[in-house]
Design a protein around this ligand. Structure first.
Ligand SMILES: *Cc1c(COP(=O)(O)O)cnc(C)c1O
Length: 395
């Protein structure tokens, strides 16, 4: 739990949740690579099962290495409690399944992460939990879409690929009035740059695969929120569906979090410079980056976020062909999906992630044929700019 008072975010990321192991003095968090825990007596086992005594039982129900990560996430997100999962989608599904039942309604941001959209469809078809999607950029459109059965307002901000923002304080205020719970997928920002719970939202989810791990070597998810809700999730959808995080993966995320602050500062610095470079480039029609004064919600970005992050998208004037030619001529930037790694990753939605969607549909989602999504890494920015300059000369 968050016991830090006025500690800075980087200090919290490094120290929260772990005090060097009292027996050995180990500075690094030990990896408890164990499936089960030995009880000193039958009575002790009985007390743990009855919940009368704290202590570990079996690693699907809790593991000391994973606990350290959960406490770090709670402290960073200013939440009462945190939970760790095998993937971002395990976190999303465990949270949503614990919060809704047949007949309930979920209101989500238009353009949601593809697999979250898939999950909403599964829950609608199989469990009659209805959903609707709304761009949530103004109060009237949110209110219009609410129903008496709306249990959850599910938000992604910024959203892929247009980087459109949702005003978290506004959504939290509306949700309170109607008794709904606000769940925010905070993956694009990390807790270093945006803390939705401070803005009045209830639950935060991350694909920890991205900025939290930061090194492109682990798939994981986390959630944070009120202790009562996190306890319910831990004892229901997490325990019984079982998408828990392995101790070694928890260790990798703990290690990743120790550099979260310096990484995010560099992602922001490089992201800004790359956005400004692209904005001036003659082959680029538009750049979507919240840190550009031309960005339509620049003021909201300044108010709600502590930095503009490393993600951006831009449209090439030359459309599909230009997109493919540019993508084939990058060398430092790696052609790959995912985001938030120390390595710069570039992808072309029209020929890759969104190629199965008909062009007219893609256009409605803000994904033109010439749109390129770039996750700016923490390499020397001059080298990223050189690589983009060369690739763009082929576009
Ligand atoms: C990657 C991602 C997810 C899914 O996370 P996994 O770790 O791949 O399961 C969910 N939401 C957003 C915004 C993502 O970028």
């Amino acid at each position: 739990m968050n016991t830090q008072k006025k500690q800075g975010r980087s200090t919290t990321a490094i120290h929260a949740g772990y005090h060097s192991d009292p027996q050995t003095g180990s500075l690094a968090t030990p990896i408890y690579q164990t499936s089960t825990f030995v009880f000193s007596s039958t009575e002790e086992g009985a007390r743990r099962f009855a919940g009368e005594e704290a202590g570990y039982i079996y690693s699907r129900l809790g593991n000391p290495t994973v606990t350290v990560l959960e406490e770090k996430i709670a402290a960073l997100e200013k939440a009462e409690a945190g939970l760790a999962f095998a993937s971002g989608m395990a976190a999303v599904s465990a949270v949503l399944m614990a919060m809704v039942k047949t007949g309930d309604h979920i209101l989500g941001t238009k353009g949601l992460y593809g697999c979250t959209y898939g999950l909403l469809n599964l829950m609608k078809d199989r469990f009659q939990v209805d959903y609707s999607l709304c761009n949530m950029t103004d109060e009237a459109s949110i209110r219009q879409m609410l129903r008496p059965t709306t249990r959850v307002i599910y938000v992604e901000t910024p959203i892929n690929p247009t980087m459109e923002l949702v005003d978290l304080k506004l959504v939290a205020k509306i949700a309170k009035e109607v008794g709904a719970c606000v769940v925010v997928d905070n993956t694009f920002m990390s807790p270093y740059l945006q803390r939705p719970i401070e803005q009045g939202c209830d639950i935060v989810i991350h694909s920890a695969t991205k900025f939290i791990g930061g090194h492109g070597d682990v798939i994981a998810g986390v959630a944070a929120g009120p202790k009562a809700i996190m306890d319910t999730i831990r004892m229901t959808s997490q325990k019984d569906i079982g998408g828990i995080l392995a101790p070694f993966d928890a260790y990798l995320l703990i290690r990743g979090l120790k550099t979260l602050g310096v990484r995010m500062d560099r992602h922001c610095e490089n992201g800004q410079k790359v956005a400004e470079f692209l904005h001036k480039h003659p082959k680029v029609a538009i750049v979507h980056y919240p840190g550009l004064p031309q960005f339509p919600q620049y003021e909201l970005a300044c108010r709600q976020m502590d930095g503009f992050g490393g993600l951006l998208a831009f449209e090439l004037k030359g459309g599909m062909e230009a997109g493919i030619r540019m993508m084939n001529n990058v060398s430092l930037c790696k052609r790959a999906v995912s985001l938030g790694d120390v390595d710069s990753l570039i992808q072309h939605p029209a020929s890759m992630t969104h190629s199965v969607i008909p062009p007219e549909e893609r256009e409605k989602m803000g994904i033109s044929d010439g749109l390129i999504r770039l996750s700016v890494g923490i390499e020397d920015v001059e080298d990223i700019l050189d690589d983009l300059e060369t690739a763009l000369s082929f576009a």
